[in-house]
Design a protein around this ligand. Structure first.
Ligand SMILES: Cc1cc2nc3c(=O)[nH]c(=O)nc-3n(C[C@H](O)[C@H](O)[C@H](O)COP(=O)(O)O)c2cc1C
Ligand code: SF4
Ligand code: SF4
Length: 292
């Protein structure tokens, strides 16, 4: 696979840190090692692999740490609704040093995906019945960075999704932009949120992530300082820092963009940068009450 310019991932069932480490020693650093904490076949679970890890997260943490000690990229494939609390589980996976969460959402829908996005900063691959572009965008707009397909991973479906998301990214500038917070978006959507001046979903969201209103205001204004998002005297809150997504029509924002010579695509790209800064602040550390 090396000459094909692909990133290879290997999904591994195993029941001890050492068994994973031996595979990593054989294949080296060019491969992503995915710990299968997903398989529910009885013999696999009885052997201490697959879904066993979801109910015994400390063992999963030991495997992640052993692989990370080899300096390789680590993904963890989970199935939602098996662990005692998926939010606590993904935080443990994050704290142990994993790079990717690959999540089989079963029929739980995007609410679960949003919870996971709001609980950790890891790269998220969403999985289960994602066979159309609409479904793919639904996942990407609720926190997924990538999607995966298994049963319908035929060439036509994969090529169709690839072409559609490439077109979308080229036009919109942020391929996995979140929905606005009040329309069910995840916390990346703080980049599109207003000043905290009214009772709306922003206030409880800030409380949940432990950021005060003042800090939120400061963070956004300081991040956009000196950038084109700094302008916008005629917008609702006098700066594009508080402005909505391009999918929400707004004459005042669009007039500012035109005046600044900023395309909608570039505006969204800058909003993504603002979102990245907000996410770095939100996930600068694992809260101490969950650190064990
Ligand atoms: C025949 C078959 C074999 C599978 N083997 C694995 C496996 O080895 N490891 C794993 O994590 N998931 C495995 N899965 C689960 C899939 O990766 C995927 O999570 C599930 O099929 C839902 O995604 P889909 O709707 O795109 O098929 C397997 C699924 C099928 C149908
Ligand atoms: S601050 Fe604005 S965009 Fe954010 S949730 Fe409230 S009304 Fe919606
Ligand atoms: S000016 Fe338009 S885009 Fe900006 S916050 Fe107000 S309604 Fe949203």
């Amino acid at each position: 696979l090396k000459p094909l310019d692909l990133i290879t991932g290997i999904n591994l069932r195993g029941s001890s840190p050492d068994s994973f480490v031996r595979v990593a020693e054989a294949f080296g650093e060019d491969v992503v090692y995915e710990i299968d904490a997903h398989c529910r076949q009885d013999p696999m679970v009885a052997a201490g692999s697959g879904e066993h890890y979801l109910k015994n997260p400390d063992e999963l943490v030991a495997v992640i740490r052993a692989l990370k000690a080899k300096k390789v990229a680590v993904s963890v494939k989970i199935r939602v609704g098996v662990a005692a609390d998926d939010r606590v589980l993904v935080r443990k996976i994050w704290k142990a040093g994993a790079d990717i969460i690959h999540v089989d959402l079963m029929d739980a829908g995007v609410t679960k995906l949003r919870q996971i996005r709001n609980s950790c900063p890891l790269l998220i691959i969403a999985n289960n019945a994602i066979t159309t572009f609409d479904r793919m965008r639904e996942m990407l707009s609720h926190g997924a960075d990538l999607v995966s397909l298994a049963r319908q991973s035929d060439v036509d479906t994969l090529a169709g999704l690839d072409a559609a998301i490439s077109r979308y990214a080229d036009k919109e500038g942020w391929y996995n932009s979140p929905k606005q917070l009040c329309r069910g978006g995840d916390i990346r959507a703080l980049t599109f949120c207003c000043m905290p001046v009214k009772e709306c979903p922003l206030i409880p969201a800030l409380t949940r992530i432990g950021i005060s209103r003042d800090e939120y205001v400061r963070l956004k204004l300081e991040t956009v300082k000196g950038t084109p998002l700094d302008s916008g005297p005629n917008t609702c809150f006098a700066s594009l820092a508080w402005c909505c997504k391009t999918s929400s029509p707004c004459m005042f924002r669009d007039m500012t963009l035109a005046k600044e010579g900023l395309s909608k695509k570039e505006y969204m790209r800058r909003k993504r940068e603002l979102s990245d800064t907000i996410m770095s602040r939100v996930f600068h550390d694992v809260p101490s009450d969950e650190s064990s």
